[in-house]
Design a protein around this ligand. Structure first.
Ligand SMILES: [Zn+2]
Length: 306
């Protein structure tokens, strides 16, 4: 197998970090930021947990894509945690990193998690991954690939200690929902189920390039979600050492007026954090205005991504 697209560190964590640093420590929304960070981090950790088991794939023609987000139609996208392209079938993996006891209510199409005697409802993962399979099917059809390729939807529970239960336990359910450690065996059975190749090597090459080109990472708009107005974001350039917005230009260097740290360049969360927060690239003048405390006798290009 070949990993064509590696999993990216979630931009959402960068955005949340950048916003959290630009709000007062006493701001009431800091708790919401911390909670969001925990959710995104758990999702990322869960997705990484599948990597070990992917090493058991011996077929060299299999191609793995992590975290694809593909434009679909009318400004809509579909996102897949892990996609495996093979000549025989194209499984989509939806990875869930939930601890506690999971109850898959197939009748109501709802997932209920019980943890520390607290019940919590979640979107039904099978609905999510079935929808992704439909979207992928339409995407392949629109892109001229042979119809009727198989997209077995798989829900992978990343924590071995998570208890899986359901209202209608049967083999068909456990063919779709499984712990990560059971995935290699499930893949082996899929290979027996779909022995006939429906895609050629040329198809695989074309599809790989198409997906890589189409992928558009999401920069989430947490400013809108957590209701932070632009004027509430604290201005200034971030010091990497003391995490204060206290860097100023000082004879060609950047100097922190709090901890005296000196640098030739200001690094990532200073400028890029702002760009991430607003999901767009500011005009130079807007950046200068925002950094009014820092920009005195220098121009914007002096601030670079390290
Ligand atoms: Zn400092």
């Amino acid at each position: 197998m070949d990993i064509i697209k590696q999993r990216e560190y979630p931009l959402a964590l960068d955005v949340l970090q950048a916003m959290s640093l630009r709000l007062l420590a006493s701001d009431r929304r800091q708790t919401a930021f911390a909670e969001e960070k925990g959710i995104v981090q758990a999702g990322f950790t869960g997705e990484q947990a599948i990597d070990y088991y992917l090493n058991f794939i011996s077929n060299k023609s299999y191609r793995i894509f992590h975290g694809l987000r593909i434009p679909w139609k009318n400004d809509l996208y579909f996102q897949m945690d892990t996609l495996i392209i093979t000549p025989y079938f194209i499984p989509i993996l939806e990875v869930k990193n939930l601890s506690g006891k999971l109850y898959f209510n197939q009748l109501a199409q709802q997932l209920i998690r019980t943890k520390n005697d607290v019940e919590e409802g979640f979107p039904y993962p099978m609905t999510q991954v079935n929808r992704q399979a439909q979207q992928l099917e339409m995407y392949l059809k629109q892109s001229g690939f042979p119809p009727h390729t198989n997209h077995p939807p798989l829900v992978i529970i990343s924590r071995p200690s998570t208890i899986i239960s359901t209202d209608q336990p049967n083999a068909a359910f456990h063919d779709k929902v499984m712990h990560a450690e059971n995935f290699p065996e499930r893949l082996h059975r899929l290979e027996k189920q779909y022995p006939r190749a429906c895609l050629t090597q040329k198809h695989l090459d074309t599809l790989s390039s198409l997906l890589l080109q189409a992928h558009e990472p999401l920069i989430p708009n947490y400013r809108k979600k957590l209701m932070v107005e632009e004027h509430e974001l604290l201005p200034g350039v971030l010091c990497q050492q003391c995490k204060q917005l206290s860097m100023v230009r000082d004879f060609g260097w950047w100097k922190c007026i709090k901890c005296q740290q000196k640098k030739q360049r200001c690094t990532y969360p200073g400028i890029d954090g702002l760009l991430l927060i607003n999901q767009t690239y500011y005009q130079q003048s807007a950046v200068s205005q925002f950094h009014k405390t820092a920009i005195c006798h220098c121009s914007f290009p002096a601030v670079n991504k390290a």
